[in-house]
Design a protein around this ligand. Structure first.
Ligand code: GLV
Ligand code: MN
Ligand code: MN
Length: 409
């Protein structure tokens, strides 16, 4: 069993085939959650699961699990990730973890390996949250933190609801979410940052994920003529939004471990000669330390209120995502480290900067993650890339992690 290896070429081909679905003309992929392209990709994954003789379960939000029976019935060792993408993605974020898990299963099939516990592959729905917030939605629903009914009524950035999209694309199955009993969860993913590449490591043994807070601010002022209205008479929502962007950068520079990003600003009426009456901005705050993350949010809110008051602009804040920092299970971390060492790969322990379904699954069952390097540290970009040999190495670490989890108690 120690000699077992995945087929690197087949894995590459599978990743490339999935990457053709929702491919962008200038390179990269757009498979926003619950879109037609996302549905097409789900059909593709479901067909692959059936081809590998997995028992397919699709729940009412669209999470797809394919189960390979073990000697014992009961809780599965689950490997997976997501196949939805941001609007300008590469082929690897999420898809790699799902395709590599399928590749690991095919390797077990070919070698006629019977594991003690069942092994399953999962493609969670809407991990990105780029179209419909919150992110990690499929795993949140699987964990029971959000009902399918509440999720269906969520409105996305294009004004449509998840329910409408599910009904139009025929996206979901009829199983209750969370019905599959899970013994362990392991997620293989590209690092999406520069650390492994910089340090010449092939494998990241992930010990946890930093906390994530997504805030949506709506700032309401008043329209006025751009050529005639003196500054002191203005209630300029764009001015407040601009000041917030500057302050968010300061938070990132001043608070230890802090990431802080304004990713979206929309103005109304968004015209060249009209003072903006409304600005909507999103702020993504992340920190491995929950106290510092809270402090960043408090400092930001105090700044927004003060700047808006001076401009006589009204402020509304919605908290869209609030996921605390998560530590993975020591026994799964050690299993991943042992698999990497057994295969002779240079590895390092690390914390994930990006959000993952694994951080939600960590309170369902013992959980861990495996990272491989990202070229130039890039992700959420059409230039996202990982060397083929690193993709193969990561999939072999996943295979041996899953094998040892599925054979042990
Ligand atoms: C998911 O990709 C996130 O970290 O935002
Ligand atoms: Mn991802
Ligand atoms: Mn992502």
């Amino acid at each position: 069993m120690k000699e077992l290896r995945i087929n690197g070429r087949r894995l590459q081909e599978r990743i490339a085939a999935l990457g053709c679905i929702g491919a962008l003309a200038g390179g990269g992929v757009c498979r926003l959650a619950f879109s037609r392209a996302d549905k097409q990709a789900r059909d593709h994954v479901e067909a692959l699961m059936r081809q590998l003789r997995l028992e397919v379960h699709i729940d009412r939000i669209g999470n797809i699990a394919g189960v390979r029976q073990g000697e014992q019935a009961g809780a599965v060792v689950l490997a997976g990730s997501h196949i939805d993408t941001v609007g300008s993605a590469g082929m690897l974020d999420g898809s790699y973890g799902v395709m590599a898990a399928l590749e690991a299963v095919e390797t077990l099939n070919e070698a006629c390996v019977r594991t003690r516990r069942p092994v399953a592959v999962m493609a969670f729905v809407n991990e990105e949250g780029a179209r419909f917030m919150p992110d990690m939605m499929g795993s949140l629903i699987f964990r029971g933190d959000l009902s399918v009914e509440d999720a269906r009524s969520i409105t996305g950035i294009d004004g449509t609801t998840i329910g409408e999209n599910i009904d139009r694309t025929g996206f979901a199955g009829d199983e209750p979410p969370g019905a599959l009993p899970v013994h362990r969860y392991v997620e293989l993913h590209i690092e999406q940052g520069p650390i492994l590449e910089k340090e010449g490591c092939t494998i990241g043994v992930v010990e946890g994920v930093q906390g994530i807070l997504w805030l949506a601010y709506t700032l309401r002022g008043a329209t006025a003529h751009a050529g005639t209205t003196p500054v002191e008479l203005r209630r300029d929502a764009a001015y407040v939004a601009g000041a917030v962007v500057q302050f968010v950068r300061r938070l990132a520079l001043e608070i230890e471990g802090q990431c802080a990003t304004v990713g979206s600003i929309t103005l109304q009426p968004n015209l060249v000669n009209v003072v903006a009456e409304e600005a909507r901005i999103t702020v993504d705050l992340r920190n491995p330390d929950s106290g510092r993350l809270r402090m960043a949010a408090e400092r930001l809110h105090a700044f927004v209120l003060e700047t808006a008051r001076a401009e006589r602009v009204e402020v509304d804040r919605q908290i869209r995502v609030n996921v605390p920092p998560v530590s993975f299970d020591p026994s799964v971390i050690e299993t991943v480290a042992a698999a990497a060492e057994g295969l002779g790969f240079r590895s390092r322990r690390m914390i994930s900067g990006a959000g993952h379904d694994a951080q939600i699954m960590a309170s369902v069952c013992r959980t861990g993650m495996i990272f491989v390097p990202s070229r130039g540290g890039l992700s959420h970009s059409i230039r996202e890339d990982t060397a083929p040999e690193d993709l193969e190495s990561g999939a072999n670490v996943l295979l041996h992690t899953v094998l040892s989890l599925a054979q042990s108690n």
